[in-house]
Design a protein around this ligand. Structure first.
Ligand SMILES: [Zn+2]
Length: 148
């Protein structure tokens, strides 16, 4: 999976800014949601979870707007990232772990029912935010390498 250095830096800064809460957002790409995936843009979301220090929930409106704009060019909102890259699609999401753990949590495992979704986890430990990527598989999650 490739993630541009600028987008990686953005996720790190969102993770630091949200601390001690979790940040979250969507990953936009131009290929399959697996090891070969190229992330071409990220779309930050408010964390709408009732307890954002322990969980994350992406604002459904953001997902809705993106899906609508990728399907229907007549109702596409101006300023959507998909205006610029009309062939892009949602390939996954990112969220941060303020506890510094880079692995998916038990809660993440419960949410990983959807195949073909790339997960990026940003572990916040002191000033260092490290990014790891995973895809759900039969045994839970499989880690995939992140390249710039
Ligand atoms: Zn998590």
């Amino acid at each position: 999976m490739t993630l541009k250095e600028g987008d990686a830096a953005l996720i790190r800064s969102y993770a630091r800014a949200a601390y001690p809460a979790e940040c979250c957002g969507l990953l936009i790409g131009d290929t399959a949601a697996d090891e070969s995936c190229h992330i071409t843009a990220i779309v930050p979301s408010p964390n709408t979870a009732p307890d954002p220090t322990r969980h994350f929930a992406i604002d459904p409106q953001i997902q809705f707007d993106l899906m609508r704009s990728s399907r229907d060019t007549t109702t596409r909102r101006a300023g959507s990232v998909l205006d610029e890259f009309p062939r892009l699609r949602m390939v996954g999401h990112y969220h941060s772990h303020p506890n510094g753990r880079g692995e998916p949590s038990a809660e993440d495992a419960r949410m990983a029912y959807e195949q073909g979704v790339v997960w990026i986890i940003a572990a916040v430990a002191a000033d260092v935010v490290s990014l790891r990527a995973f895809v759900p598989d039969a045994s839970g999650f499989k880690e995939i390498p992140v390249r710039a």
